[in-house]
Design a protein around this ligand. Sequence first.
Ligand SMILES: [Fe+2]
Length: 245
Amino acid sequence: MKIAIISDIHANLEALEAVLFEIEKSNVDKIFCLGDLFLAGYDPNSTGAKIFELIKKYKENFEIIQGNTDKMLANYSEELFELAKNKFPCMGYALRDDLNIIDKKYLDFIRNLPEKKSIEINNLKIELVHGSPRKQDENIYPNLDINEVEQMVENSNAQIILCGHTHLPCGYSLNSGKTVVNVGSVGRSMTQDKMPYWALLTINNDATFQIEHKTTKYDNKKVSNIILKRNFPHSDELAKMYLEN
Ligand SMILES: [Fe+2]
């Protein structure tokens, strides 16, 4: 069985379509999406329509959970705006501006998503989380101390833990036998190349498995220019995040 895992799309339709093109070629049986669908991208409504299309196409073979920024958008308040603005000005203003664009049906959709999901395939337990099993916005970064990662996932009984949130792909094989894979971000990758990342999980009948990080090219300069034209305070800083360092 082949499963594509995507995360952190952030309303970047161009990147999502590039990744879905690769996923289609891989003949996957299922798609898992680990949240952060909309915040601070350029086209939340077309991204939402694409997600709804995937749900219709894959039915029970499409699994999706809520990301921390889905929760922020769905539960927006002026207080949340102030908090976000003080931490990352461009994200705070993007959050407020997104609410002028995004259709209510997509906000209702992300409000009602679960924070985690447990799935069993061929006796293999898989947990889908956005940050870590213990916290929706915890960072499982590359190059962490392996004991620190072990603590982050100690309340999970899954053999495979799939996460996103940091926008940086990485993976850990822990002494407890757990495999932790951060699949990276489709829509606003923080890798040096700023290209979309996703993962392909292959599960064999004997419950052995392989996970590969995947990437593809897309027109990041075009997306950066569209973001710049959103023209809210600090949108220039956001636009720079799509370009190579
Ligand atoms: Fe994200």
